[in-house]
Design a protein around this ligand. Structure first.
Ligand SMILES: [Fe+2]
Ligand SMILES: [Fe+2]
Length: 272
C-alpha cells in the first residue's frame, strides 16, 4: 500500500458521539495519515444524532478533509444555520432540490482533484429521490473535471448496496464505501477497477449496540416505548475504516485494505 504515484484515501465508518470523535482524533494523531485524503461519515458524530457546528469545526481540526453523512444529518437544529457554509460537509445528493447543503463536491488535495458524492439508499429507508440516473449524471459531470470519483452510499439493504456499487463501477467510479448499518463487512474488494466495501462500519464505543448504550437499546425492544438513546459508555472504542489507493491518471483503484481495531481510552467526560 505505498506507491508514490497513487492517491491514498482513508475512509472512516460513521463516527458515533464523543467516543467516536476522540477515537478518530487519537488514531490520526498516532498514525501518519498526512498524505491521505481523509473522509469520515459524521451523521452520528454529535451525541449519536447529527452534527453541531462546534463538532464540525472540531473534526475539521483533526485532519478530516471531507465529511459525508446520511439520514441523521438533520438531527441537530443548527445544521440548518451552517451547512451552506461548511465546505467539507456533504449531505446525501438525492434529497429534493430545495434541500439545504450539497451532495457532491470536488476537493483539491495535494495538487489533485477528488470528486466525492454522498447518496442515500431507498430500500428500508425514508423515501428520497431515485439515485440511479442521478448518480450517472453526476459521475459524468465530475469525470469531465477529474477521473477520481468516490461515493459514500448510505443504505440499509446489502443487495441494494452491491447492485448500486456494480452500476457505479461501470460508470467509472474509483471507490465506493457503504455506510449506515454500523457493522463492518469483510467483503472489501476491487470490482471493475473500483475499491468497494458493503459497509465500512462505525467508530465509537465498542460494548454497546452499534455505538449506543445497551440498556436503553434493550428497553426499547422490550417495551416498544421510545426511550432516549444514550451513547455507549465503554472504555473500549473501535475504529472501522478502509484505505484505498487510486491511480490519479486513470482513476482506478489499485489496492484496498480494511481496518478494524479496538482501542482503550477513557473518554467519559460528559460523553457528549
Ligand atoms: Fe450512522
Ligand atoms: Fe444512517
Amino acid at each position: 500500500m505505498s506507491d508514490d504515484k497513487t492517491i491514498k484515501v482513508l475512509f472512516f465508518g460513521d463516527l458515533v458521539g464523543r467516543p467516536g470523535r476522540y477515537a478518530v482524533r487519537n488514531f490520526l494523531l498516532e498514525n501518519d495519515y498526512t498524505n491521505h485524503f481523509v473522509i469520515a461519515n459524521v451523521e452520528n458524530a454529535s451525541h449519536g444524532f447529527g452534527l453541531t457546528e462546534k463538532n464540525y469545526n472540531e473534526l475539521s481540526e483533526y485532519g478530516i478533509d471531507c465529511m459525508t453523512s446520511g439520514n441523521h444529518i438533520w438531527d441537530k437544529r443548527d445544521i440548518f444555520n451552517y451547512i451552506d457554509k461548511a465546505d467539507k460537509l456533504l449531505r446525501p445528493i438525492n434529497y429534493p432540490e430545495k434541500t439545504l447543503g450539497k451532495g457532491s463536491s470536488i476537493f483539491n488535495f495535494n495538487g489533485y482533484k477528488i470528486g466525492v458524492i454522498n447518496i442515500l439508499g431507498r430500500v428500508f429507508m425514508n423515501l428520497v429521490d431515485s439515485q440511479w440516473e442521478m448518480v450517472k449524471a453526476e459521475i459524468e459531470r465530475i469525470k469531465k473535471i477529474t477521473p477520481i470519483v468516490i461515493i459514500d452510499f448510505h443504505a440499509e439493504a446489502t443487495a441494494e448496496k452491491i447492485c448500486f456499487a456494480k452500476y457505479c463501477s461501470e460508470l467509472g467510479c474509483s471507490a465506493f464505501f457503504g455506510t449506515h448499518t454500523h457493522v463492518q463487512t469483510a467483503d472489501e474488494s476491487i470490482i471493475n477497477n473500483m475499491g468497494y466495501i458493503t459497509d465500512a462500519g462505525f467508530c465509537g464505543g465498542k460494548d454497546g449496540v452499534i455505538g449506543m448504550d445497551y440498556t436503553t437499546s434493550l428497553n426499547r425492544f422490550l417495551t416498544s416505548i421510545p426511550e432516549r438513546y444514550e451513547i455507549a459508555d465503554s472504555n473500549s472504542q473501535q475504529i472501522n475504516a478502509v484505505e484505498v489507493e487510486i491511480n490519479p491518471n486513470t482513476g482506478y483503484a489499485v489496492a484496498i485494505k480494511r481496518i478494524f481495531c479496538s482501542r482503550n481510552e477513557v473518554e467519559k467526560e460528559n460523553s457528549q
